[in-house]
Design a binder for this molecule. Structure first.
Ligand code: HEM
Ligand code: HEM
Length: 225
């Protein structure tokens, strides 16, 4: 079981994750309307790029945009969750030792206590995000089973990873459960809202370009829109 999960299944899930997310990004760009979007973006590449970078970075800063400032509770929980969700798996020593053995490359590793703290924070903040979806009517009305699935797929590798790490009960069991849930996450990403891992950057960049060129970004500079 372990050999299968860390052998063929590992390669398959990594390939689906990378190729699938790449595919989603390509189709986002191909879905742009040539009359409404491309004509303006092609003509003003510098203004567009400036708007794109500004929009992506502003939204990555806590309280950096009005959208973040009007919902302070959501903002704090969101950033606590995503700090763990992004940093813990990428810079985890155990993952990088594994990647080194598989691919011959690895990234720097976080100190153990920091990785543990980030993983634990991700679980707590993730549960608060789930609670928010149930508790607030304005969010509940936008929620369906797929949003629950995405939260479950995101939280399962963190919960099982921590249970394995702290050797709670049967280590072999939690490690296998962890790898299965991690691979399920990787495979599901391109087909669910988890594709926001790349589409966040695509849509923010596009909206940033739009505001940088059209919608007032080039007011008085000869731009017809
Ligand atoms: C794809 C295959 C994966 C493999 C083979 C794998 C392997 C491992 C291993 C060996 C550990 C260490 C357990 C120990 O300390 O003994 C671990 C821990 C962990 N993994 Fe993964 N993992 C995978 C995917 C993921 C994914 C997709 C995520 C998150 C989205 C994730 C998050 C974590 C976390 C949070 C921990 C525990 C962190 C801590 O030390 O406190 N893993 N993983
Ligand atoms: C750099 C990569 C990422 C970026 C920029 C990003 C950004 C975002 C944004 C903007 C939202 C929407 C927040 C809102 O409702 O206003 C979101 C939601 C979410 N993200 Fe990410 N994300 C990233 C990576 C990840 C990863 C790796 C995971 C899982 C391990 C994840 C899991 C989630 C979940 C579960 C939600 C929905 C939370 C809810 O139900 O309210 N994200 N993300």
């Amino acid at each position: 079981m372990y050999a299968f999960l860390t052998g063929p299944m590992f390669w398959l899930s990594l390939a689906v994750f990378i190729a699938g997310l790449f595919w989603r990004a390509v189709w986002y760009a191909r879905g742009l309307d040539w009359q409404l979007d491309r004509v303006a973006y092609r003509a003003w590449p510098k203004e567009g790029a400036r708007g794109a970078v500004r929009s992506v970075f502003r939204w990555l800063v806590p309280f950096g945009t009005r959208g973040w400032r009007v919902q302070p509770f959501m903002t704090v929980v969101f950033f606590l969750f995503h700090a763990g969700a992004v940093l813990a798996p990428v810079f985890l020593l155990a993952h990088n030792v594994f990647l080194e053995s598989k691919l011959g490359v690895s990234l720097p590793a976080l100190p153990r206590f920091l990785a543990d703290a980030l993983a634990l924070l991700a679980v707590i903040a993730g549960l608060l995000l789930a609670l928010r979806r149930v508790a607030l009517p304005e969010v509940r009305i936008l929620t369906d089973w797929r949003d629950g699935l995405v939260l479950a797929l995101s939280l399962a590798p963190f919960i099982t990873g921590l249970l394995a790490r702290f050797q709670a009960g049967d280590y072999q069991f939690w490690l296998l459960a962890h790898i299965i849930s991690g691979e399920a996450f990787l495979i599901a990403a391109p087909f669910t809202k988890l594709s926001h891992i790349v589409l966040f950057f695509m849509s923010r960049a596009q909206l940033g370009m739009d505001y940088g060129i059209k919608r007032g970004g080039m007011k008085g500079k000869g731009m017809a829109w």
